[in-house]
Design a protein around this ligand. Structure first.
Ligand code: HEC
Ligand code: HEC
Length: 307
C-alpha cells in the first residue's frame, strides 16, 4: 500500500475506509436515538397480511455491543496495520516483510546443508547427487528462462552443456561469470573491413575456418581482412575467453549460422549480457550452481541428474 504513484489514491483509500466506519457509527447512533413514530401499542403502524404488525422495539443490547466492538476493532486494526492509503501502521507489518522473514528462515534452515556443500570443491560437488538436485532446482528457477530448462540455450543464449565456452569453463571462470555477470560486446566492424563485397568475402573466410559450406574464392579474397578480427577472436579465429570472443573455427554458433548471420554480425556488432547473480543468490547457491554448470559438460553423474 505504500507504493502509490500518486498521493491522490492514498487519500482516496483513507477517506473511503474512515468514511465507511464513520457512516456505520452514525447509523448506529441515529437508530439508537430516533425510534421513529410509534403508536400507543408500540407498533410502527405497518400492517401486513391482515394482522402482521411491526413492533418499534430498540435493537437488542448485545447486538449494539457487537456493533460497537466491530467499529472499535476496525479502528484498532487500521491503526496497527496498513489500511489507510500509504500509512504503514504502528506494527510496520508488510507482505514484503513477511516474504523476507520467510526467506531468512528458509536460508537459516538450509545453512547447514549448504555449509556441507561449500566445504567441497566444485569438481567433487558435481558428483554429489543431492547437491546436483539442489543445483538443478536453482537452475530451473533462476537460469532456465534464458538458458533453457535443459541448459542448451538458444540463439543469443549460450548452450552450457557443450564444453564450448565464451568466457572460460574452469570452475573459477564459471563462478566469476555467475557471480559478477558478463558482457560480451562485439563492435560493428563493417567500416574497418571495407565494402559490402569485402564483408561478404570475409564472411566466407570465417565459414571456411570451421569447414562450413563456403565460397572458396571469396574466402581467399577475404582472408587478409581477418587481421582486424583476430585482435579479439584470435589468430585462426579460435576465440579468446579474456574478452568473451567466441571460437569461430568450430560449428557452434551463438548468433546464427551461415553467411547472412555472419554478415549481420560484422555490420551490426552485438552486445550480449549475462546478469550478475551476486546479491540475488547467496554465495553458497552460486557455488552449487557453479558445480551444476561445470558438471553439465564435465561430469557424467551431473549430466544424468540434469536431464
Ligand atoms: C536474462 C538472461 C540470463 C539469465 C537469467 C542467466 N543467464 Fe547466463 N548468460 C546469458 C547470456 C546472454 C550469456 C552470454 C553472455 C555473452 O554473450 O558474453 C550468458 C552466459 C552464461 C555463462 C557463460 C557461458 C560461456 O560460454 O562462457 C554461464 C556459465 C552462465 N550464463 C550461467 C548462468 C547461470 C548459472 C544462470 C542462473 C543463475 C544464468 N546464467 C542466468 C543470459 C542469462
Ligand atoms: C572487440 C572485440 C571483437 C572484434 C574486433 C571482433 N569481434 Fe566478433 N565477437 C566478439 C564478441 C565478444 C562476440 C560475442 C558476442 C556475444 O557475447 O554475444 C563476437 C561474436 C562474433 C560472431 C558470432 C559468433 C557466433 O557464435 O555466433 C561472429 C561471426 C564474429 N564475432 C565475427 C567477427 C568478425 C568477422 C570480426 C572482424 C571483422 C570480428 N568478429 C571482430 C568480439 C569481437
Amino acid at each position: 500500500m505504500s507504493d502509490f504513484v500518486d498521493a491522490f489514491w492514498s487519500h482516496f483509500v483513507t477517506v473511503v475506509a474512515l468514511g465507511g466506519i464513520l457512516a456505520c457509527a452514525l447509523l448506529l447512533w441515529l437508530t439508537a436515538r430516533f425510534r421513529g413514530p410509534s403508536s400507543a401499542d408500540n407498533t410502527t403502524g405497518h400492517v401486513w397480511d391482515e394482522d402482521l404488525r411491526e413492533m418499534n422495539n430498540p435493537m437488542p443490547r448485545w447486538w449494539m455491543g457487537l456493533f460497537v466492538l466491530t467499529i472499535v476493532f476496525g479502528i484498532g486494526y487500521l491503526v496497527a496495520f496498513p489500511g489507510l492509503g500509504s500509512y504503514r501502521g504502528t506494527l510496520a507489518w508488510s507482505t514484503q516483510g513477511e516474504y523476507e522473514k520467510a526467506v531468512e528462515k528458509a536460508n537459516a534452515e538450509l545453512a547447514p546443508v549448504y555449509a556441507a556443500y561449500t566445504a567441497q570443491p566444485v569438481e567433487k560437488l558435481a558428483t554429489d547427487v543431492s547437491a546436483m538436485a539442489v543445483g538443478e532446482r536453482l537452475f530451473l528457477n533462476n537460469c532456465a528462462q534464458c538458458h533453457g530448462s535443459d541448459a542448451r540455450g538458444s540463439k543469443g543464449f549460450p548452450n552450457l552443456t557443450d564444453g564450448d565456452w565464451l568466457h572460460g569453463g574452469t570452475p573459477e571462470k564459471i563462478h566469476e561469470t555467475i557471480a559478477l555477470g558478463r558482457i560480451g560486446a562485439m563492435p560493428p566492424m563493417a567500416e574497418a573491413v571495407g565494402s559490402a563485397e569485402d564483408v561478404k568475402n570475409l564472411a566466407n573466410y570465417v565459414l571456411s575456418l570451421s569447414d562450413s559450406p563456403h565460397d572458396s574464392v571469396r574466402a581467399g579474397l577475404g582472408k587478409s581482412k581477418f587481421t582486424t578480427c583476430a585482435a579479439c577472436h584470435g589468430i585462426g579465429g579460435v576465440g579468446n575467453p579474456a574478452v568473451g570472443a567466441p571460437n569461430l573455427a568450430d560449428k557452434i554458433w551463438l548468433h546464427g549460422y551461415g553467411q547472412e548471420a555472419i554478415i549481420a554480425m560484422i555490420n551490426g556488432g552485438k552486445t550480449n549480457q549475462m546478469p550478475a547473480q551476486q546479491g540475488r543468490l547467496t554465495e553458497a547457491q552460486i557455488h552449487v550452481l557453479t558445480a551444476y554448470v561445470w558438471g553439465l559438460s564435465n561430469n557424467k553423474t551431473a549430466t544424468a541428474a540434469g536431464q
